[in-house]
Design a binder for this molecule. Structure first.
Ligand code: GDP
Length: 296
């Protein structure tokens, strides 16, 4: 999805979400488990105005399982409840309403103490484009039919979707923007396919992906492309280019004169990475940003 985020769009997106906050008990903040920080909106705390929140590491099936746990702990350490989810297959999705109930327990208990029958928990999914909001909404909705929004305060055209007996969500998610001022964020989102490659230079995205693969997933990389010698120094551009050229040669990406077509090599690497051919990969580490050692 290509959204051009200009300041006006951001203001509108923020306002739209804040309008919906009035209707809900809890916000569900969706992050891409492979890039939990880069897929996070830089103003999310400010936008959600202290609303109770559940953080979801989505696309966890594509991310490194050990890193999923580390990231979960990281967000818990920050005081959030966090769930590891794969919206495509539904793994982890069933825990969402239970966790929401736990987060809102105090409020629910108070209602019960007052003799009120607690109504269904109402929620809103928020996240940057392509993080899996619609997929998760469909998963949560399951076979249940959307119920029409004839409740007070529901914006025209919006509906509550029932997800189980006591959990509802708005059918239109809140769309947030990523933090594009940071070029690294751009590369990481481009690697995962969240933003279109055309915005950045394909060679550069490929180079950046290769650097991270060399740093953290050398064994898988070497196996896939039958590479022999790891880079002596991952910070050395020439070493990374050497590996890219090796991959290019192995895959027949040659130009006239025998030079390696780095753009083609980049395409192959990115395609393999996104298709999971290089295994489950996480591009960001919580405490030690991209440590220069391979994850065992
Ligand atoms: P939205 O823009 O946030 O609504 O994102 P979508 O729901 O359209 O999802 C974007 C892409 O990510 C689609 O191709 C989905 O199939 C895919 N996707 C969403 N969730 C998952 C997930 O948990 N695992 C995997 N592997 N793919 C997912």
């Amino acid at each position: 999805m290509a959204i051009q985020w200009f300041p006006g769009h951001m203001t509108r997106a923020k306002r739209q979400i804040q309008e919906k906050l009035k209707l809900i008990d809890i916000a569900i903040e969706l992050l891409d488990a492979r890039v939990p920080i880069s897929s996070r909106n830089p103003m999310v705390d400010e936008i959600l105005l202290g609303k109770p929140r559940l953080i979801i590491l989505n696309k966890s099936d594509l991310a490194d399982p050990r890193m999923n746990e580390q990231w979960k702990q990281y967000f818990e350490h920050e005081g959030h409840t966090c769930a590891i989810v794969d919206s495509n297959t539904g793994t982890g999705v069933q825990s969402i309403s239970t966790l929401a109930k736990e987060i809102l327990k105090e409020k629910i208990d108070k209602q019960i103490a007052k003799g009120m029958r607690p109504r269904a928990i109402r929620s809103l999914i928020v996240g940057i484009p392509n993080v899996g909001k619609s997929t998760l909404i469909n998963r949560l909705a399951g076979r249940s039919v959307a119920i029409t929004g004839d409740k007070p305060g529901v914006t025209k055209g919006q509906q509550w979707i029932k997800a189980g007996a006591d959990f509802e969500l708005l059918d239109t998610p809140g769309i947030l923007w990523p933090k594009f001022e940071d070029q690294m964020v751009g590369y990481r989102l481009a690697i995962t396919g969240a933003i279109r490659e055309q915005i950045l230079n394909l060679d550069d995205i490929g180079y950046y992906a290769m650097k991270m693969l060399c740093q953290r997933y050398w064994t898988t990389l070497a196996e896939r492309y039958e590479l022999s010698e790891p880079p002596a120094d991952c910070e050395d551009n020439m070493e990374i280019v050497r590996i890219m050229e090796e991959v290019g040669r192995k895959r027949g990406c040659l130009m006239s004169g025998g030079r390696v077509d780095l753009e083609k090599a980049s395409s192959i690497i990115l395609r393999d990475l996104r298709a999971g051919k290089l295994g489950r990969i996480t591009l960001e580490a919580p405490y030690d940003d991209m440590p220069v050692r391979e994850v065992e």
